[in-house]
Design a protein around this ligand. Sequence first.
Ligand code: MF3
Ligand code: CO
Ligand code: CO
Length: 275
Amino acid sequence: MTEYQLIDSRDAVYREGTIKLHTEEGFEGMRRAGRLAAEILDDIAPLVVPGVTTAALDDFVRERTLAGGAVPATMGYRGYAHSCCISVNHVICHGIPSEKTLKDGDIVNIDVTPLLDGWHGDTSRMYYVGEVPLRAKKLVEVTYECLMLGIEQARPGNRLGDIGAAIEAHARQYRYGVVREFCGHGVGRLFHDAPEVIHAARAGTGPLLKPGMFFTIEPMINAGRPHAKMLSDGWTAVTRDKSLSAQFEHSIGITEDGCEIFTLSPKGLHKPPYV
Ligand code: MF3
Ligand code: CO
Ligand code: CO
């Protein structure tokens, strides 16, 4: 049983485990936070080149987020001390920025979440470092398609499981593995809220989608087996079989007749190559 809860500016009561139905105020807040998040990912594109450290990219994200009037929601989140997550090659998600340099042929996910005026804009994209092998490009292309096919299912009357079913069906055609250990999530005034958005689900299952629901869709797709392993740093998730992994993420809101993507690139830099 799923409960629904109408939220407006005077509603200070946030009950655990319920899916919020946001009002126009929420849409306006998420539009602004989402736009800033997308602009950060647009602006970082020229910096993702061989030889750059992921710490330098993290510095850029922090400065660009602050310049936009926001703070990086990841800083201090459950002890995380950085402004974004940067996940390279076989890292599935939550890669920690470091002094390691990117090298020609790497594929990289950058995941940013500016918190602007109380709203979280959560989005990630893949980037190519120099010349990338064809099989890595194929994984990135198909992962982007998985996200967009999932988003196509995000409309009133459908169920949450329809999203994961569309993603899984597409990935399966390429014999890619859909990661189960990490999910999309409700988003808004909270960074991570109900519901959990499973990326490999059964069609027709899960909560009914209703106007005003805000959540992320963020499929993590592996070129090999779907299984994840956590490194000893407690954050970095990698593929167990060392296969490459890719991810794209948007924050969306369900509308009367479909959904609104809050984190679309203003410059049209939806997927690599960005030049
Ligand atoms: N942005 C990530 C997500 O999509 C969450 C990162 S939390 C962190 O949900 F602490 F790892 F940064
Ligand atoms: Co997210
Ligand atoms: Co994210």
